[in-house]
Write a protein that binds this ligand. Structure first.
Ligand code: GLP
Length: 244
């Protein structure tokens, strides 16, 4: 894994945007794997800016998102479809019919998961996957567990995730308890992966990630097995990184 430590959140976002820009300019019809959460918002802002400056075009880009809450329709302001529209898609020249986010309201969720995974394969796999990380080590919504699902699946959210994500909802009771998420195997199909981490509240998990062996109890640890991963984190997230 390549590690880049940046001064602050803005620099983290800008370094990540450089890698996305490089990918898009090399392959204008790239398949981008996208993430939600507060961490990539700065990256998306930077990409919008570069789009407005005519440095990148999303015209031929296809995007595949990691996950979605089960039970929230795409127009719900806490759904990940809504997040992507608001934070990126509505502001660039991407063709929305080529932006994929799992449907958390699908009648048959297992069928939705199966089709979502097939779509990733039919697209030829993801060129560049953006990831955030949960304070418990989850990526997408792959929660710590004794065993991990390989491909897109239904996941029960842990209490720590429900608690962490409750900051976006009116009350903790409004946070969905299940989600549909790409699995670690789906993520591994990506040719290149960027994991972003920012802020002091990520320092502990980043330290744990550095020190741990590969274990399903820290889902992000599987990234150690992938040949092309870059971690970009700011100094706050890296504050415990070099301590023994
Ligand atoms: C959510 C998402 C993850 C994200 C994580 C961290 O649970 N499913 O994809 O990485 O939260 O979010 P944040 O970036 O807000 O810390």
């Amino acid at each position: 894994m390549k590690i880049i430590i940046t001064k602050n959140y803005d620099e983290m976002s800008s370094v990540a945007a450089d890698l996305v820009e490089k990918c898009i300019n090399k392959k204008p019809n790239a398949i981008l794997g996208l993430a939600t959460g507060s961490t990539p918002i700065g990256l998306y802002k930077e990409l919008i800016k570069r789009h407005n400056d005519n440095k990148i075009s999303f015209k031929d880009i296809t995007s595949v998102n990691l996950d979605e809450y089960i039970g929230l329709p795409g127009d719900h302001d806490q759904s990940y479809r809504y997040f992507m529209n608001e934070n990126l898609f509505n502001h660039v020249d991407i063709d929305k019919t080529k932006t994929f986010v799992p449907n958390g309201k699908a009648e048959d969720l297992n069928e939705e998961a199966k089709n979502y995974e097939k779509n990733i394969d039919d697209l030829g796999g993801i060129d560049l996957q953006i990831l955030g990380i949960g304070t418990n080590g989850h990526v997408g919504f792959n929660e710590p567990s004794s065993k991990l699902e390989l491909y897109t699946h239904i996941e029960d959210l842990t209490e720590s995730t429900i608690h962490a994500n409750s900051r976006f909802f009116d009350s903790i009771d409004d946070v969905p308890t299940t989600a549909i998420s790409m699995g670690i195997g789906s993520i591994f199909k990506a040719k290149e992966i960027i994991l972003l981490a920012s802020g002091e509240n990520k320092a502990k998990i980043m330290q744990t990630l550095k020190d741990t062996l590969v274990t399903p109890l820290i889902p992000a640890s599987f990234l150690k097995l992938h040949p092309n991963v870059t971690i970009i984190m700011d100094e706050d997230a890296a504050s415990l990184y070099n301590q023994e």
